[in-house]
Design a protein around this ligand. Structure first.
Ligand code: ATP
Ligand code: MG
Ligand code: MG
Length: 351
């Protein structure tokens, strides 16, 4: 059969490999860490850095299609080693999503609203930008941030130099703090034939920078859902996208929406689809990149997905006593505070 190559062996890579196996594909996973969760389920593992050209060439020569589970894959080596026709989502989507300034410029350029922002390369620029953007802001590094890492809340009257230096004086972005009513996300897919399938948006709650809970439908009204699907479809078309994308939104009390960020991959806030839809986001991604028809994204149940973070994974035995709960353990051996160890989805009949 055909082989799917996956860059990144975390839980997302693991769940992609599981979905690929069910459709009859072999999987080959590349990750620098030999303890990676995806290695337990993949057919073959390559332990190497993401910019190791020989390892990338090995991955491509043994795969019919290559995908990735995280957006920080270095674009230049990937482009050099992987034939562009075989990398999905396309390298342009990676370039847009891995730099917050490029991402916001792209979104604003196609008429999509974001938080007000300025690119920051020095303390002087930061002081000036604070005057334009407002008193309540968030400073973020342009690249490599996740789970709220590489971010600092900052106020105009606060110690500006410290905030910049604490983030390592890296190329950064200053964003105005959006007064949102709630956060939501859209998981959408685009196939090789240009067809688009969107799951119902989820309402997301975070704590300490990490996704805590996704509820479907949560507070998302049909009006907001429609606007999110229009926005998502535009993004997919402009990027000539193939695969699943996760798009994070801020929703204001007047139901206007702003895009926070894009993830060119399967997304934590879409884990509920494995329990409440016939075709999960993981299978949908494999379908999209291998050229199979997209699956029907409709949900058969309402649900709440909760992450099991750190020690919470120890609750899994008690949770197993509950009915209508789908459990998912990532097979990580080391339990560490703040580490995503698994998740559960609690189903209830559709409202
Ligand atoms: P992820 O793990 O989702 O990739 P991340 O580290 O890339 O997270 P963001 O999504 O940019 O970080 O921000 C994390 C959270 O911080 C958001 O979900 C939101 O709750 C809050 N936040 C970020 N930017 C803003 C903003 N401009 N205004 C208000 N809240 C914000
Ligand atoms: Mg992010
Ligand atoms: Mg985010």
């Amino acid at each position: 059969g055909s082989t799917v190559g996956i860059l990144g062996g975390g839980q997302l890579g693991r769940m992609l490999a599981m979905a690929a196996a069910r459709l009859g594909y072999r999987t080959l996973v590349l990750d620098p860490n030999k303890e990676s969760p995806a290695f337990q389920v993949a057919n073959e593992a390559i332990v190497a850095n993401y910019d190791d050209l020989r390892a990338l060439a090995q991955l491509t020569s043994h795969s019919d299609v290559v995908t990735y589970e995280f957006e920080n894959v270095p674009v230049a080596p990937a482009r050099q080693a992987i034939v562009e026709a075989d990398l999905f989502p396309p390298a342009e989507a990676l370039e847009v999503a891995q730099d917050r300034v490029v991402e916001k410029a792209f979104l604003n350029g196609i008429g999509i609203e974001t938080a007000p922002w300025r690119a920051i390369d020095s303390v002087e620029e930061l002081a000036h930008a604070l005057i334009d953007i407002g008193t309540d802001c968030i400073l973020k590094t342009r690249r490599f941030g996740y789970d709220g890492k590489g971010q600092a809340s900052i106020r105009r009257e606060g110690p500006v130099a410290d905030a910049y230096e604490n983030l390592g004086s890296k190329p950064s972005i200053l964003e105005g703090k959006v007064p949102f009513a709630y956060e939501a996300s859209l998981i959408a897919a685009r196939g090789k034939d240009g067809s688009i399938a969107c799951y119902d948006p989820a309402e997301n709650e975070h704590s300490l920078g990490i996704l805590r809970r996704s509820s479907v439908p949560g507070r998302v009204s049909s009006h907001v859902s429609k606007r999110m699907i229009e926005t998502g479809s535009k993004i997919l078309e402009k990027l000539n996208y193939i695969g699943v994308v996760g798009i994070e939104f801020f929703v204001k009390t007047d139901e206007t929406i702003l895009v926070n960020e894009l993830a060119p991959r399967v997304h934590n806030s879409g884990h509920w689809t494995e329990a409440a839809c016939v075709v999960s986001q993981f299978e949908q991604h494999i379908r999209a990149i291998t050229g199979l028809p997209l699956g029907d994204p409709k949900r058969h149940s309402d649900c709440v997905m909760e992450n099991l973070i750190g020690d919470e994974i120890r609750k899994i035995e008690t949770l197993a006593e509950e009915s209508d709960v789908l459990l998912h353990h990532y097979g990580k051996i080391d339990v560490r505070p703040g580490r995503k160890m698994g998740h559960l989805t609690r189903l209830k009949p559709r409202s």
